[in-house]
Design a binder for this molecule. Sequence first.
Ligand code: PMV
Length: 354
Amino acid sequence: MCLNINQNKFVVTAPSNIALVKYWGKRDQQLPINQSVSFTLSNSVTSIDCEYEYSSAGLVLDFIFEGDNGLSSSSSSSSNSNSNFKTRVLKYLESLIPQYSFLNKLKLKIISKNSFPHSAGIASSASFYAALAKVIVLLKERITKQVCNLEDRLIETSYLARLGSGSASRSIYPGVVCWGESNLLKSSNEYATRIVDFHENFRDYADAILIVDDGVKSVSSSTGHQLMSNHPYKLQRIERANARSLALFEVLKSGDVKKFGEIVEAEALELHGLMMSSNPPYILLRPNSLNVIESIKKFREEESIPCCFTMDAGPNVHLLYPNSYHKAVSSFIERELAGKYILSWIEDKVCYEF
Ligand code: PMV
């Protein structure tokens, strides 16, 4: 293969996403056991600076994460976790060599930066692997001179992102995105699909990310996925999540923001219920997660604002709402939550177009 490399530097970015129906549990090569649906975010983004050159020594990775290459002599936990992260990224890239043999002839320097703080309740693995997948597709195009059409390119990028982190498959598309096989949508387990058919009521949604706890989680999402393999409610969960995705698509089409909230909240609580009923059981919610949820319910009733909460596998709460209520929601957060139940909060919005 001819390594015709001229311009050997580029930058890519990819956003995170917030799941409305959660991917929880996997099989084989990172295939989901159920369908998931998400909103792609605007401001929570990973950017990767990539520099590449020919290597006669096989794939060589120089990985710098937020200014730390994980090689520091300090034994701080952040340095250790960066070094673990580098190992995971290298393993991921090596696993792709059978399909993407050009990787084995490259020295890659990757500098990754997030626009959002660590442990902020924002899925950084989703934005990171989506960005890394873009890097691989760009490298392939530059090095092998094989360029495919836009649709195939997006499918390939989503497929590669999925192999890094399942939820990353959805970050390749803006707006509402689904991942997991469905006859109705003709969607796939291998890569995500963009949903374009939704009501204008959902065309300007915001996400206030309420940080209850910014510490490292006691149980990782990978362990959570593994615990679903022998979960006592596994079969019911698969059925319920797939049915919930279908119900959500209907609501997204009809524009019923109240029903949307009911589905999204039931799903978030079910995710945490699955953790509490795993073997061994565990709890990632903190007392203030529940205080935040109760406050949101009260605010919604008192002010008739169609906002709803969701959570990923962690203690922090995402407050989703039509952006037209931005002022009322911001003042609620400042008045009722900030400094009382939450450490800080991040304003984000759904990204509808890249
Ligand atoms: O993509 P992973 O392996 O980080 O798992 C993501 C799991 C959840 O965030 C809890 C749900 C989801 O669909 O994003």
